[in-house]
Design a protein around this ligand. Structure first.
Ligand SMILES: CC(C)(COP(=O)(O)OP(=O)(O)OC[C@H]1O[C@@H](n2cnc3c(N)ncnc32)[C@H](O)[C@@H]1OP(=O)(O)O)[C@@H](O)C(=O)NCCC(=O)NCCS
Length: 312
């Protein structure tokens, strides 16, 4: 029988080595929901911070764990590790059920499925534990970089990121996703004290944030939209493209995207990746017009008890 443990603070550092091993062995973390920088943030934070891990151990060895944060109504599970054994399905299932039991009155979001485990098996496990499945697409734009000219929409000024924009970016993200299918995730992110992932990335420092290609559009002093990018070597990631609902349909999203794609070649980037929800039709339309190709799909798993978290 496995034992269950909640690891916190310095205790988490024991998991760092496992994650590193896993990351090197699989090299699959780049495919995960939030992008390649997420794992680095986690590994970076694993020696402290406010994440916890729910770990299954056997004979003192960690066999599986899920890193998560808790808020007043929600739990955000940001990473699952299941050791490579024939018991993977059983271990994942146990982790998911234990999470539900421990945090019974909460809304739980699993941001990433296990990267190298059969997705149908994972879906079955999460569905049987009462979770909903949200589908996300990973999309890629790559050489020969054919980017059609896009006219600059009138009435906006464009700025590079600076720290003074942080609060406005957070407010913009919250306003823009209010009516969006990703909302349960955003709501959980807010409740667990995380900023939207994009903002965490902006704050993650020069190693991952692609400052020169990220830009923000202002209408007067109001932030109307923004595109923020990160990078991993020669791979560029759009971590968020967002336009305030009030300024949509004026060509701003298109222009922000165009500026990034046009900057790829001079920046030495070979490809540009992003994740988008399968039911985000306006965004999907736009990416397809720019010749983004669908690479693969990914899933978020969302569980809600209906208590404490509204409108799910
Ligand atoms: C996606 C988003 C950035 C588009 O911004 P926008 O400024 O309204 O977009 P644009 O006016 O530049 O339109 C760009 C293209 O998007 C598509 N589009 C825009 N609004 C649309 C709608 N209501 N329905 C379908 N397609 C739409 C069209 O293909 C359009 O191209 P066209 O003008 O050549 O027809 C904006 O809707 C948004 O912020 N959504 C919430 C955040 C989000 O989902 N971001 C993407 C996450 S990956």
């Amino acid at each position: 029988m496995s034992e269950i443990k909640i690891l916190q603070g310095p205790e988490l550092s024991s998991l760092g080595l496992l994650l590193e091993k896993y990351r090197r062995g699989q090299n699959k973390f780049g495919d995960m929901i939030i992008g390649p920088f997420w794992v680095n943030l986690i590994v970076e934070k694993i020696t402290g911070g406010d994440e916890k891990a729910l770990a299954l151990t056997k004979d003192g060895q960690v066999e599986a764990f899920v890193i998560h944060k808790t808020g007043s109504n929600s739990v955000l599970a940001s990473m699952v590790y299941v050791d490579k054994t024939e018991r993977r399905e059983a271990l994942l299932s146990e982790l998911v059920f234990r999470m539900r039991k421990i945090y019974s009155a909460k809304s739980i979001v699993f941001g990433d499925p296990v990267p190298d485990m059969d997705i149908e098996a994972q879906k079955r496990i999460f569905l049987s534990a009462g979770f909903r499945v949200l589908e996300r697409y990973k999309m890629e734009f790559s050489a020969p970089y054919e980017v059609k000219e896009v006219d600059r929409p009138p009435g906006f000024t464009f700025k590079k990121y600076s720290k003074t924009l942080d609060r406005k970016v957070a407010r913009l993200d919250q306003r823009a996703y209010r009516d969006h299918p990703d909302e349960p995730i955003l709501e959980v992110l807010t409740d667990t004290g995380s900023n939207p992932p994009s903002l965490r990335i902006v704050r993650s420092g020069p190693a991952f944030f692609e400052r020169s290609l990220s830009s923000f559009a202002l209408s007067g002093s109001e932030l109307a939209g923004g595109i923020y990018c990160t990078h991993m070597g020669k791979e560029l990631w759009i971590s968020n493209l967002v336009v305030d609902p009030h300024f949509r349909g004026q060509g701003l999203g298109k222009y922000l995207l165009f500026k990034v794609l046009k900057g790829m070649k001079p920046g030495g980037y070979r490809r540009c990746m992003l994740m988008v929800s399968a039911d985000n039709h306006s965004a999907l339309n736009m990416y397809k017009k720019f010749r983004f190709k669908l690479k693969r799909n990914r899933f978020n798993f969302v569980y809600t008890t209906g208590q404490g978290v509204k409108n799910h």
